[in-house]
Every structure is written in structure tokens, then in C-alpha cells.
Design a protein around this ligand. Structure first.
Ligand SMILES: [Zn+2]
Length: 340
């Protein structure tokens, strides 16, 4: 046990740590020299057995060596930690990228977006209203007689409430009166939204539907304006020239009322299986706003005229995308939704 021993340990330690390329092997080197049974540790443990003269000389040397070794270990460890691991960092730029699963828009959403793109170009404002309505806005203000069958339990979801009679709105028309209470004509609005019917579902009927309403009010509005706007809209929507046909009908909130058809988008009116050879496709209902509705909104009777029309978003999507069953829309079935 002498000074040369300690100098030898130190020089071998420095050589070993400079050869260490990983933190693990570096740690093994530390253990080899200053671990519990390390070479230098053995010398330190043996100090007490040395004669006092030798102990005085070797002791400080050994302690200094341990100090230097620990300091050098820490420095090397830091150095290795800062080094870039090129094996781990390597990237292969020729590998194909990871494909992200991108969702698609629901067909009803696609139709809404199309509508909300076309109408503002014709000066229409987009307006929304509540899905939970009072009996007043959903029926009475729209000139529904108290004994109208639409108020019957068969068609309407009534909500239990202490105060007013509440319903899940059966159409988007309540927004007509809500809007007119706050605004003065002239105006043009569209009202997209969800509506609810208490009815059995089949390929053509659903309990939850998306509807779309248009209302134009002014002092000189007539049926010709309706036909013109409808023609412009459906031609833009289907991307081809479309004609409009009116048939007499009845709705409480319009007078006169009519159903309207568009020329078949498949055969352009010549007759094909899509239009059952008639050349026309049924689209929705429309009419001139009943003066009683204007009065409900606080307008003077016979001061303004306007037209209103509504139709189902699902019906439009079914025509545009050739969908055969309305129940697909609320099904949440990915096989259906992913096709759009
Ligand atoms: Zn046809």
C-alpha cells in the first residue's frame, strides 16, 4: 500500500471514464473504484490498520483521490447527458408518413353549409331560435286553431312544466314571430334548425329532423318573388337549371298556401324513375304570410306582405346524395357517415 498504488488507481480510473460512452458503463466504472468494494475504498478502509506515520501520508492522498474521482465522474456524466444520441435521433425521411384518421361532415351539415353559403349572397340574414318553445310561438301566434290536429299528442312532444305550455318545436316557423317582434320590414331571413315530431319512424319519417325556413317581408312582396328566389336557390344548390311548380295547399300560417315542386334534377323534367315519370319532385310548403301572423308579431293588419317557405334538410340531402332512408341521418352509423 503506497503512493504509487493511489496514483495508479487514479490514472486507470481516468482512462476508464473517458472510454465510457453511456451513463450505465460510467456508473460501473465509479463502482469499480469507489463503490462499497471499490479499489480506492479498500485503501480507505485499510487506513486504520496502517502505522501512524504511513497513515498520515496515505490518508490525505487517498481522500483527495476519492474527491477527484467523484468530481470527474459528475463532470463526465453531465457531458454524456448533453450528447446527442444519434442512434435514437436518426430519422428516415423516406418512410411514409403516419396516416391520421380524418372525420367527415354529416350530410345534414353539408346541406346546411351549402344553404348558408347561397342565401347570404341573395341578401338573407341567418337567424336561429330556441328548440323548446311555448305553445304561443309554436302554434297560437302562427294562426293554428285550438283544435288543429298538429297540437294533438300524436304529433307533438309536450313538456311537463308548471308555468307555460312548453313543446319541442315542431317546425322552425316560431322564429318568424320571434324575429318580427324585434324588427321592422323590409327583411329577408333564413332559419335553419332542429325540429321534433312525435311520430313512428319509417324510411320517410323521423322524430328529429332538420328544417329550414325562409321569410321575406316588405310592402310589395308577392308570389313571383318567391318563385324567383326559389328558382335561384335550387339551381345553385343542385348545380343545374331548375324550374318551380306550385300546387294549392293549406297551412294555418300562410294565405294563400301552396306545395312547391322542382323540376326533376335527374331527367330535367322529361320523366325518369326518380320522379316516377312525372318530371317533378316534391320539395316543401310555402305561401304568403297570413295577416294574423303579422298581427301576432305586433304589425298592423294589411300593411305588409311576405312569403314564407320551409322544407326538410334531410329531404334535400336525400335528393342530392341519393340516400334511400331518412333513418340513416340520426343513426350515428359510421358506415353511412364516412361516405360523405
Ligand atoms: Zn326525373
Amino acid at each position: 500500500m503506497n503512493k504509487e498504488n493511489i496514483a495508479g488507481i487514479k490514472s486507470r480510473f481516468f482512462e476508464d471514464i473517458s472510454n465510457s460512452q453511456t451513463e450505465k458503463s460510467l456508473y460501473d466504472v465509479k463502482v469499480k473504484y469507489v463503490g462499497r468494494n471499490g479499489e480506492l475504498t479498500k485503501i480507505l478502509k485499510n487506513l486504520k490498520n496502517l502505522p501512524p506515520e504511513e497513515r498520515k501520508e496515505i490518508g490525505p492522498l487517498a481522500n483527495r483521490a476519492r474527491h477527484e474521482i467523484e468530481k470527474a465522474y459528475e463532470e463526465r456524466k453531465k457531458e454524456l447527458g448533453e450528447r446527442i444520441d444519434w442512434e435514437k435521433e436518426k430519422i428516415d425521411v423516406t418512410l411514409p408518413g403516419k396516416k391520421e384518421e380524418i372525420g367527415s361532415l354529416h350530410p345534414a351539415t353539408l346541406v346546411y353549409r351549402e344553404i348558408e353559403k347561397i342565401f347570404p349572397l341573395m341578401g338573407f340574414e341567418i337567424v336561429e331560435g330556441p328548440e323548446l318553445e311555448t305553445d304561443w310561438y309554436n302554434f297560437t301566434s302562427l294562426n293554428f286553431p285550438f283544435d288543429h290536429p298538429a297540437r294533438d299528442m300524436q304529433d307533438t312532444f309536450w313538456i311537463k312544466s308548471d308555468k307555460k305550455k312548453l313543446v319541442l318545436r315542431t317546425h322552425t316557423s316560431p322564429v318568424q314571430v320571434r324575429y318580427m317582434e324585434k324588427r321592422k320590414p323590409p327583411f329577408r331571413i333564413i332559419v335553419p334548425g332542429r325540429v321534433f315530431r312525435n311520430e313512428a319512424t319509417d324510411a320517410a319519417h323521423e322524430h328529429t329532423l332538420h328544417q329550414f325556413e325562409a321569410l321575406v317581408v316588405g310592402e310589395n312582396i308577392n308570389v313571383g318573388h318567391f318563385k324567383y328566389i326559389a328558382k335561384l336557390f335550387f339551381s345553385a344548390f343542385f348545380g343545374k337549371k331548375v324550374d318551380i311548380r306550385l300546387r294549392p295547399s293549406f297551412f294555418p300560417f300562410t294565405e294563400p298556401s301552396f306545395e312547391f315542386d322542382i323540376s326533376c334534377t335527374v331527367c330535367a323534367g322529361k320523366g325518369c324513375p326518380s320522379c316516377k315519370n312525372g318530371g317533378w319532385l316534391e320539395i316543401g310548403g310555402a305561401g304568403m304570410v297570413n295577416q294574423n301572423v303579422f298581427v301576432s308579431a305586433g304589425y298592423p293588419r294589411n300593411r305588409y306582405q311576405g312569403f314564407a317557405w320551409g322544407f326538410g334538410i334531410e329531404r334535400l340531402a336525400m335528393m342530392k346524395y341519393k340516400i334511400d332512408d331518412i333513418r340513416w341521418f340520426e343513426s350515428g352509423d359510421l358506415r353511412f357517415i364516412k361516405q360523405f
